[in-house]
Design a binder for this molecule. Structure first.
Ligand SMILES: O=C(O)CCC(=O)C(=O)O
Length: 270
């Protein structure tokens, strides 16, 4: 959707546009705020990222500027939509991630092979797998393209409305379900779109949407920022400070996979 100059100046969506954004996120599974961030900021982040990747330079930490610019990690318009749909106690973690595709990039396939196209997947399943109706959104990813996203450079393919699709309960022995993978045949029967958008757009997406990265046929690296926001109920224990204590490494190393999984929110200290 287009954000007006007045909204950009005020750093706030007007109530009509906020309603449209919420409805679109709920019904379609994502909403794009077109070109709301300055191109110079996108360039700065791109070059700092390149510097970091090329030189493996520890000095260029992701926990610094320009990565932690408030327009990125505290984007008022995205936050307005997130608050309206998940309340104001949502949380996130840093550093955030990046999704990158390059010419000739290969993805692993579910059967152990390789493909130039990523498998169709959800980043998150339904809250209660097997429950017959989809519940409201509780995991949102905010993506920010650092370059223009085009069909040529492999912009994401996404299945609108797929966040509401409910599957049978997860069979943990079935990799298709365990990794939230959707079969090509099933997806082919439903309409998909490509997320074509200019650099500096901000996309707010329900993480249950089926999607995949597509082949990049250009020589330019295609990168977007990915910041995950979770509803507070995904970690209410954190509110009570119970994860503040680190588990000593020598204890951690003696714990079984199951115990480590149960205590995964703790840090491990040397
Ligand atoms: O890079 C993209 O277009 C999508 C990336 C993605 O789906 C993922 O890594 O989960």
């Amino acid at each position: 959707m287009e954000v007006s100059l007045e909204e950009l100046k005020k750093n706030k969506l007007n109530s009509e546009n906020l309603d449209i954004a919420i409805r679109t996120l709920n019904e379609v599974g994502y909403v794009i705020l077109e070109e709301i961030l300055p191109i110079n900021l996108m360039k700065d982040i791109r070059s700092s990222l390149e510097e970091r990747n090329n030189q493996n330079d520890e000095a260029v930490t992701l926990m610094s500027m320009p990565f932690l610019d408030p327009r990125i990690i505290d984007n008022s318009l995205a936050i307005q939509i997130i608050e309206a749909t998940m309340g104001n106690k949502f949380f996130s973690s840093l550093p955030y991630g990046f999704n990158t595709t390059r010419r000739d990039a290969l993805y692993g396939t579910i059967d152990g092979g390789e493909s130039d196209t990523q498998w169709i997947h959800r980043d998150s399943g339904q809250l209660f797998p097997g429950f017959p109706i989809a519940l409201p959104v509780s995991k949102i990813v905010v993506n920010i393209p650092l370059v223009d996203f085009t069909a040529e450079n492999g912009c994401t393919e996404l299945w609108p409305g797929s966040h509401l699709i409910v599957d049978p309960p997860i069979d943990v022995n079935d990799p298709y379900h365990a990794y939230h993978v959707c079969s090509e045949e099933r997806a082919a029967a439903l309409p998909s779109i490509r997320l074509i958008m200019p650099a500096g757009s901000v996309i707010v997406r329900d993480m249950r949407c089926w999607h995949r990265a597509m082949p990049n046929h250009t020589d330019e690296t295609r990168t977007m920022i990915a910041i995950v926001y979770l509803h507070q109920f995904h970690n209410t224990m954190g509110d009570h400070g119970v994860f503040r204590s680190g588990i000593p490494e020598e204890m951690w190393d003696q714990m079984s996979d199951r115990v480590q999984s149960v205590y995964r929110f703790h840090s491990v200290t040397k």
